[in-house]
Design a binder for this molecule. Sequence first.
Ligand code: PLP
Length: 328
Amino acid sequence: MSHVPPVDRSTIWPYRDGDPGEFFYARYAHPNGVEAERALGALEGGEALLFSSGAGATTAVALALLEPGQTIALAEGAYYGTAVLFRELERWGLHFVEFDQTRAPPPGVDLIWLEAPSNPFLTMPDLGAAAAHPAKVLVDSTAATPVYLRPLERGADLVLHSATKYLAGHDDALVGAVVCRDAADAERLREFRGRTGIVVGPDTAWLVHRGLKTLRVRIERQTESARELARRLHEHPGVERVRYPGFGGLLSFDAAGGAEAARGVETGTRVIRNATSLGGVDSVLETRARWEGERVPANLIRLSVGLEHVEELWRDLDGALRHAAGER
Ligand code: PLP
């Protein structure tokens, strides 16, 4: 057997003596998907399933594990697309309410949806309070990754990842994942995934598997740089506020001088590219109001720290902040 697993692009595998084996049709399972799921499951301490994107994984959880008329308590300030998606599913009888995840979730809900840390506000959930609630708890752990948080060990039932971000890690794979504590949840999600086809192909699964091999070194280095940048941004006269939870590569800050200054910063960097998403090896930043509107301050800039040298990143940021403040 080769050391690096080959990509198997088959969509069918012959039956053996007239019976289907572990793999028979790619919508249900394929070898590269199973390999990546085993690796992620081992990191999180549960049973992992890959989906076509983080949003696809969210859709599968909501539709497969809940019934029409049930309610999700969603962490306020979590990835805005999650609320947008739940609003879309309201037409099918799903309800959701938003709550402050640093406190106890509201009573009477059927699923608690936390985000650790939230994107782009960087709050951390009170996992203990959520675990004490009778409802199932899901943690979107995209920004924490299993390197900094293993939610299943802290009372969560389900972990969700936009694996597009840190797990794959190179801005070249759109993919999501759910990791389950209970075998019954995993089975139900697998059944739903096979029926609906919210699946990932073998090439993308292979990229996730490869990404996991360097996850720890990438995010530890990104943390080191992000910590230093957060510290320096905090002291910068061109910055009003910095949000950073103390770990991980994601932070956000508010530029002094409002939306105009923030636009100057995001268009003024050269090394850090003005692009969306997060979790890749290349640093990116953007103002979030363009997507999230009034839900975020107009001058909030989200920064995903990559693997460039921290001094190079600081020169770039400091230069753009000074430029935006008219200090050239
Ligand atoms: N969860 C979080 C925290 C995210 O940041 C994102 C995307 O930005 C998603 C879920 C959705 O994932 P995807 O873009 O892979 O569908």
